[in-house]
Ligand binder design. Structure first.
Ligand SMILES: [Cu+2]
Length: 117
């Protein structure tokens, strides 16, 4: 009887460790991220704040824009967010991206210090 109980515990332990490793595998797939750098037109520190805030949607772990190089580096989860949508949002708040240009209306709504055109 004691042996049977021990065997049961051993099987349980093996089953549990299998579940744990399966979960770990699943997590690493979910955490898969992509890093992309695109040019986003802007000028100053407040552009930086606006661009990074706009780009940092759900699924984006990092968004850093440089006012010197005008390059925006984004670390994101492609299964959660599309680069296309981020570019669209940036254009909507007045910043030109490689794929989408800001409308005159959106551009004109930018504060004076941010007029980059
Ligand atoms: Cu600005």
């Amino acid at each position: 009887m004691k042996t049977l109980k021990l065997l049961f515990v051993a099987i349980l332990a093996i089953a549990m460790s299998t579940t744990v490793s399966a979960q770990t595998k699943d997590h690493s797939t979910m955490a898969m991220t992509k890093t992309e750098t695109i040019k986003v037109s802007g000028k100053c520190e407040s552009c930086k704040a606006r661009i990074e805030k706009t780009a940092k949607v759900d699924g984006v772990t990092k968004a850093v824009w440089s006012d010197k190089t005008k390059m925006l580096t984004i670390v994101y989860n492609p299964s959660k967010v599309k680069m296309d949508d981020i570019q669209k949002s940036l254009a909507a708040v007045g910043h030109d991206t490689p794929k989408y240009k800001a409308t005159d209306k959106a551009y004109n709504a930018l504060p004076g210090c941010c007029k980059y055109r």
